[in-house]
Design a protein around this ligand. Structure first.
Ligand code: E4P
Length: 217
């Protein structure tokens, strides 16, 4: 399973990329707004900080407008994955670019039928938003299960990129289902490392080690 970071905060990305566990990054217009940065500058810095796909979202809604924005976004780096919305024009643009061998992430997916369309449009990644489903008392993870079954039935190569992750259990459940990628906010990524028994176990080991008076280094 690949781990992407779901943020445009360059300091967080650099810190977590140093762990060697980050396989890519996803951004969206809201994350760019939160970063306070220019989209082209920060996206270039993100591409330099990680090895792997970096999703940058087009904001035009019409096909020609998406194509115009895409040219500028793809120019930033070979790592750029164009993010398009799950609309007729978005999927048309998806087909256009993936048939040229470029990466496209279809975003704002909320149903299995939408995910099926994205796969038929040749999407590199489909982004079902599970947290936003959970927010309205619907089972976001059930959608991931459905998409996994459908994609496996037809051997679609589109990767399931679980988005709108809110907590570590979302990551574990997505892994259990066999999702290809989880895009994870930095705060949730930090929580994945933590367990109180790891902390207390470490503390006890270090106390006992001190009593031995020995040193390894
Ligand atoms: C990532 O690609 C999505 O844009 C993001 O995960 C959405 O998350 P949110 O529902 O927390 O805004």
């Amino acid at each position: 399973m690949k781990f992407f970071l779901d943020t445009a905060e360059i300091d967080d990305i650099r810190e977590l990329a140093a762990s060697g566990l980050v396989d890519g990054v996803t951004t969206n217009p809201s994350l760019i707004m939160k970063s306070g940065r220019d989209i082209f500058e920060v996206t270039k810095e993100i591409c330099d900080a990680v090895d792997g796909p970096v999703s940058a979202e087009a904001t035009a809604l019409d096909y020609d407008g998406i194509l115009r924005e895409a040219d500028k976004l793809y120019d930033i780096s070979d790592q750029i994955t164009l993010k398009v919305p799950l609309t007729v024009d978005g999927l048309k643009a998806c087909k256009h670019f993936t048939s040229q061998g470029k990466m496209v992430n279809v975003t704002l997916c909320f149903s299995a039928s939408q995910a099926l369309l994205a796969a038929k449009a040749g999407a590199t990644f489909i982004s079902p938003f599970i947290g936003r489903h959970d927010d309205i008392s619907q089972d976001g993870m059930a959608l991931i299960e459905d998409i996994r079954v459908i994609y496996d039935n037809y051997n679609f190569s589109t990767e399931i990129l679980v988005a709108s992750i809110r907590h570590p259990l979302h990551v574990v459940d997505a892994a259990r289902i066999g999702a290809d990628v989880a895009t994870i906010p930095p705060a949730v990524m930090h929580k994945l490392f933590r367990h109180p028994l790891t902390d207390s176990g470490l503390e006890a080991f270090l106390k006992d080690w001190e009593k031995t008076g020995q040193s390894i280094a």
